[in-house]
Design a protein. Structure first.
Length: 137
């Protein structure tokens, strides 16, 4: 995370955003009119993960940020569950499910790595370095 100055630079946020776009496009094209409740739920869970990472970034405290990353992982898993429901209902094909799950595993892996980093001594040293810098106007 050293050198990162905006949450948009975080690999986990980028992958979560890619997953969100893929899931929302899929939901909008494949089953929007067929299961409106699932459509709304999956869009909400997919958009929640990158939003939680962004919100955690703004807390500027590794422990708080790690909690938001943990919640983002929960949202990612909720999205995975909704994808499996869509497959069970025949709203998406097995091939489509596997393609989206590949992106899911990349996003959750990067999010997990971010959480591990935030719980490490390196994250605390990085934050202390940032805090020691004079404020810029």
């Amino acid at each position: 995370m050293a050198g990162v100055t905006r949450f948009e630079e975080l690999h986990a946020w980028q992958l979560c955003t890619e997953l969100e776009a893929l899931v929302c496009e899929l939901a909008d094209t494949e089953w929007r009119g067929r299961d409106s409740a699932l459509h709304a739920q999956i869009r909400k869970s997919a958009s929640s993960a990158p939003a939680l990472i962004a919100e955690g970034w703004g807390r500027f405290n590794p422990a708080d940020f790690a909690n938001y990353v943990r919640m983002a992982k929960g949202s990612l898993n909720e999205t995975k569950s909704h994808l499996r429901s869509a497959r069970c209902q025949g709203l998406i094909t097995e091939a489509t499910l596997l393609r989206v799950l590949d992106m899911f595993y990349r996003a959750i892996g990067a999010t997990s790595a971010l959480g591990r980093y935030l719980r490490s001594p390196q994250a605390h040293r990085f934050i202390e370095t940032i805090r020691a810098r004079p404020e810029r106007s």
